[in-house]
Design a protein around this ligand. Structure first.
Ligand code: ADP
Ligand code: ASP
Ligand code: MG
Length: 424
């Protein structure tokens, strides 16, 4: 007998037929004698619709400002998961399984107060464990918890992955299975590169980089939690026949295992390519090159919760002036420009320029630590396709390259093939 947390994403619960199909996956594990808890997302598209309603309300109501109360945002956008958790409980009951739905506050999944992007702080798993012992399947609404203000708090987009891994850690599950619309983690997004290959295993650190650099197959925070709590996490498909051979394999279910580096015997130099759209670049021209200038720029931006990513600085020939270029999400450009102009005198720059619609493509692999020439290969391959590089950042296990938006797909495919990732 194993203890398993099964999470089903938006496309897996997109309509009643698919929810019935999900119930069959759950029944397979229950019939095999395992203890099971389930986490569900909202039906695909639902959360987008709810977010859109929230964003439109102030305008429709004639408000001067587009801002809205984040606590009400959470009350609204968390509702999608309430629906699917109840529907799945009914589908399971119809198959003769003892199931009950639970909202985040009922468990309770306790979070901090950062409405809209809350972090889970504590989950008491004892009640779920007790119910498992009585043969009951808990169907938990993902993406939500309860904040210190006693109100619903959501965990940021894609947050049901995090709910699932956190619950798996809290109930000391043997496995956390993330069911989605692809049958594992691929060398790059299979929607962009059909030649992408499914990976058997991915190290936690690599998955963390891939997720934070744009591969939204797992939410970043879920990978962090899996790494810290050593949760054996599998990414697998809900679209396969629930009763196909091997689907119930306890140790090696079909899909990709996210695991410790030591478990990966044959480590490739490059594991995958990720991309993130909607990046923007801001350049401050002719800044005085003196101590404190970076603090004067990035301090106010961080106080305004603007996430700065790549930073490039050029010094003029005589060393007196500098240009500072950095990237932020496109959606934050206007806010960032406002903050910079409010602080122009303190920072002391001549001109500010900005450009939206850029893309960051990244090459990721633990093997890079011990191999030279990985970056040079990428630069050569992009140059051969006439793709201009606007900025570069590197770490021990990744290289990120900023390019113009229209080249995104070409760049992903080019990098994917230049490291031979399309070859088995
Ligand atoms: P869910 O609704 O199940 O949470 P998501 O849409 O959040 O599913 O994540 C699954 C999607 O992630 C896939 O459909 C795929 O297009 C995308 N994706 C991006 N990068 C990768 C990758 N390297 N491997 C697999 N899928 C990826
Ligand atoms: N429904 C939420 C979203 O679309 C959470 C999730 O699907 O993981 O972001
Ligand atoms: Mg997701």
């Amino acid at each position: 007998m194993a203890r398993i947390v099964m999470k089903f994403g938006g496309t897996s619960v997109a309509n009643l037929e698919r929810i019935h199909n999900v119930a069959r996956h759950v029944k397979r594990e229950v019939d095999a004698g395992h203890e099971v808890a389930v986490v569900v997302s909202a039906m695909s598209g639902k959360t987008n619709e709810l977010v859109d309603w929230v964003q439109s309300m102030p305008k429709v109501a004639g408000a001067a400002s587009p801002f809205y109360d984040a606590r009400e945002y959470d009350a609204i956008v968390a509702s999608g998961e309430q629906v699917t958790s109840g529907l799945l409980a009914i589908a399971l009951q119809s198959l003769g399984i003892n199931a009950r739905s639970w909202q985040g506050w009922q468990i309770a999944i306790k979070t901090d107060n950062a409405h809209g992007a809350a972090r889970i702080q504590d989950i008491d798993g004892s009640d779920i464990i007790r119910r498992m012992g009585e043969g009951q399947v808990a169907v938990v609404a993902g993406f939500q918890g309860i904040g210190p203000d006693n109100r619903i708090a959501t965990l940021g987009r894609g947050g049901s992955d995090t709910s699932a891994v956190a619950i798996a850690a809290a109930v000391k599950a043997d496995r956390c299975d993330i069911y989605t619309d692809v049958d594992g983690v691929y060398t790059t997004d299979p929607r962009i590169e059909p030649k992408a290959r499914r990976l058997k295993k991915v190290a936690f650190e690599e998955m963390l980089e891939m997720a934070s650099l744009g591969a939204k197959v797992l939410q970043v925070r879920s990978v962090e939690l899996a790494m810290v709590h050593k949760v054996r996490t599998f990414v697998r498909s809900s679209f396969e026949d629930p009763d196909a051979p091997g689907m119930g394999d306890v140790l090696n279910p079909p899909g990709t295992l996210i695991c410790d580096e030591e478990e990966i015997v044959e480590q490739e130099v490059v594991t995958g390519i990720a991309y993130a759209k909607d990046e923007a670049q801001i350049s401050l021209r002719r800044l005085a090159d003196r101590p404190g200038v970076s603090a004067a720029i990035f301090g106010p931006l961080s106080e305004s919760h603007i996430n700065v990513d790549m930073i490039v600085q050029n010094i003029s020939e005589d060393g007196s002036k500098t240009d500072m270029t950095f990237t932020v999400p496109s959606g934050d450009v206007d806010k960032a420009l406002q903050v910079l102009s409010d602080n122009q005198e303190k920072i002391g720059f001549d001109v500010v320029q900005s450009e939206k619609g850029l893309v960051k493509v990244s090459v990721i692999g633990i093997g890079m630590r011990s191999h030279a020439g990985v970056a040079a290969t990428a630069f050569r391959a992009l140059a051969d396709k006439g793709i201009n590089i606007k900025a570069i950042t590197t770490s021990e296990i990744k290289i990120s390259i900023l390019i113009d938006g229209p080249y995104a797909e070409l760049a992903v495919r080019t990098l994917h093939s230049c490291y031979g990732l399309d070859k088995a």
